[in-house]
Write a protein that binds this ligand. Sequence first.
Ligand code: CA
Length: 224
Amino acid sequence: MNVLIVEDERNLADAICKILKDEGFRADVTYDGTTGFSLSKTGMYDAIVLDVMLPGMDGLEIVREIRRAGISTPVLMLTARTSTADKVDGLDAGADDYMTKPFETVELLARLRALTRRTGDVIIEEASFGDLRLDLATHDLSCGERSVHLSGKEFEVMKMLMSSSARVVSKQDLLARVWGGSAEASENSVEAYISFLRKKINHVHSKVQITTLRMLGYRLEVIE
Ligand code: CA
């Protein structure tokens, strides 16, 4: 298991890293939020231990952004604060669990094991919404017995819509995440891909539809 530790208290970060390595995990450490975000976004980790107060980008922002980008890596937040509101903020932002500092190392290990078990050890292989399933390995979109293959960009757009569940995803977000802010891409590109996806969703006879919210963006809905 490969764990990323994002914690600016160097002694604590290094101590966690050593404990994990002693237990046979692989672990990388970074002391700042910006690097932590870049590494988290790669999706190459099985779990992330994330401090809340960090230089560069704070832990809440990091978890919110990686969830928006469709990264489902389990996140264990470390918080020095003890108020219930702060814990709720972390979980709302998309963290899976939290621990209040200081903590016992055995508890940290137990929670990391529980988090990675929950997602089937390493990778979530499928995303879903309503009766639609998206295979993250083959890029096949299916509903019941019917299935259709998605092209690279179609897949990225669909994955983002699914990972946002029923929340609205703006065209700007799609452009930034899927096209990486490329100069050739425009809102028309997004519209074109949404249209391709709608055809494919129809093709598999799904009850899910991509709803356009004027000036806001898109969201998935189940039409009964
Ligand atoms: Ca800190």
